[in-house]
Ligand binder design. Structure first.
Ligand code: SF4
Length: 448
């Protein structure tokens, strides 16, 4: 039996694609083994969002090669398109390495099979069984590519323009995933908000269809830009507790000057009004954002303005990145690059704020009841884990609790590392009781 191992770096889209590859590999009767084990084929789904991600991608691939020098090494993802600009891949070039560019990613296993046997095989797109996948949340990629041209981003060059899965096919894949046992799915895409631009449809139409035509218990959307959160989409959110009240909306900078320079496609006022609309419709919605510090031209004054904006907005999570210039992007050629030490200092300043905001948010849940989907047991952890609809990780002790089941917990503490909540299972309480208004349960029978 062919042994195949997968390793995934970077975004949720890569994770969704790797899930799909694993499923395809099983359909081929290949044995999926851990990346740390000896395999006949190693597949590395790489990321190039930062220079460090590039370096790690090359390192992971070399580890596989060392583990079995005779293995076929398959490298795909964004780092493949950028490989001419780095030296990370030099030692891997050769007959036993297959570089699969993003444009051919969907046919990856077919290319591997052709390489091995000169045969072609049908492609299955369904998610693997949640037990086999080792994950109770399934990531479903519904769109690839991006039509925007943010000054710092190389992804449109790597992934091309928007290409979406048809609504009928998305509904079919969701139904199939539900049959396989998934209770929660995350819709992902390189630029999820652009879903359907190539098909004359939008998320506004797709999301109500998924909720109406499938029995999925929880639907989560990954990152969306503020301009994509339309009144119609927000109304669907307001009406359906099955749509997780968790929003990840990149801000990147809190000043119009920087947003223009980054070639973002919204201004600060549009962003703020979107947050206000969300809070009006769903007062307890959780909010996460992305921020770039030290973008070229970001003066101390502009940075301070951004800090004030993030202090004011009700974020519970902020993913902050120091600007890292990518080859072949307009931002790399901009004057007024910010010194590394200044970027580091700004990063720490924002991280302190992030910690404060997150802690206050976690505290607001103490004593409340929440519902989690229990994750698979990990031998290396002394506790079980689950995630709430608001994207709150909760740790608890429940020996023998089956994974992928719903469990109600009372929140008792914040974990000592400050990263999660701790809870105890509610005894004698039905799962239909929810004290937290936006943790209320919905009938998973297809109704909104
Ligand atoms: S929206 Fe901007 S940052 Fe996001 S993938 Fe497209 S170009 Fe890159």
């Amino acid at each position: 039996m062919v042994r195949v191992a997968f390793e995934t770096l970077g975004c949720k889209v890569n994770q969704a694609e790797s899930n799909m590859y694993e499923e395809q590999a099983r359909q081929l009767n290949w044995q999926v083994v851990d990346y740390a084990d000896v395999a006949d084929i190693y597949v590395v789904n790489t990321c190039t969002v930062t220079n460090e991600a590039d370096r790690q991608s090359g390192q992971v691939a070399r580890q596989g090669r060392r583990r079995n020098p005779d293995a076929l090494m398959v490298v795909t993802g964004c780092a493949v398109g950028n490989r001419a600009n780095t030296t990370h891949w030099v030692s891997l070039e050769g007959e036993r390495t297959l570089f699969v560019p993003n444009a051919a990613k969907e046919e990856l296993l077919m290319a591997v099979q052709e390489h091995l046997q000169r045969e072609t095989l049908p492609i299955g797109w369904d998610l693997p069984d949640p037990q086999l996948a080792g994950n109770t949340r399934g990531y479903l990629k519904i769109t690839d590519g991006c039509n925007h041209a943010c000054a710092y981003c190389i992804i449109p060059q790597m992934r091309g323009s928007v290409r979406s899965v048809t609504p009928d096919e998305v509904v079919r894949r969701v139904s199939r995933a539900v049959e396989r046992g998934y209770r929660e799915l995350v819709l992902t895409g390189i630029h999820l908000g652009s879903y359907g631009r190539d098909l004359r449809t939008t998320l506004d139409q797709l999301i109500p269809r998924i909720l109406a035509e499938t029995d999925l218990y929880r639907l989560r959307l990954s990152s969306l830009d503020c301009v994509n959160i339309t009144p119609a989409l927000l109304e669907t959110w307001r009406q359906s507790p099955r749509l997780c009240p968790h929003f990840h909306i990149p801000l990147q900078s809190g000043t119009d000057e920087m947003l223009r320079s980054m070639r973002r496609f919204y201004n600060l006022q549009t962003y703020i009004s979107t947050i206000e609309r969300i809070k009006e419709a769903l007062p307890e919605a959780s909010l996460a954002t992305d921020l770039i510090v030290g973008f070229p031209g970001e003066t101390e004054e502009l940075f301070e303005q951004t800090v004030q904006v993030i202090e004011t907005l009700p974020f519970q999570q902020i993913h902050v990145f120091p600007f890292s210039a990518r080859h072949n992007t307009p931002a790399a050629a901009l004057p007024q690059q910010v010194p590394k030490a200044v970027k580091k200092e700004r990063l720490h300043r924002v991280l302190e704020l992030v910690e404060y905001k997150r802690h206050s948010w976690l505290q607001s849940w103490l004593g409340r009841e929440v519902e989690v989907i229990v994750e698979h047991e990990s031998k290396s952890l002394p506790y079980r884990r689950g995630l709430t609809a608001h994207c709150l990780p909760v740790r608890f002790s429940a020996p023998g609790a089956p994974s992928n089941e719903l469990l109600r917990l009372r929140v008792t503490a914040i974990s000592s590392d400050g990263l999660a909540l701790e809870g105890i299972p509610c005894r004698g309480r039905g799962n239909s009781v929810a004290s937290h208004p936006s943790e209320r349960l919905a009938s998973p029978n297809g109704a909104l």
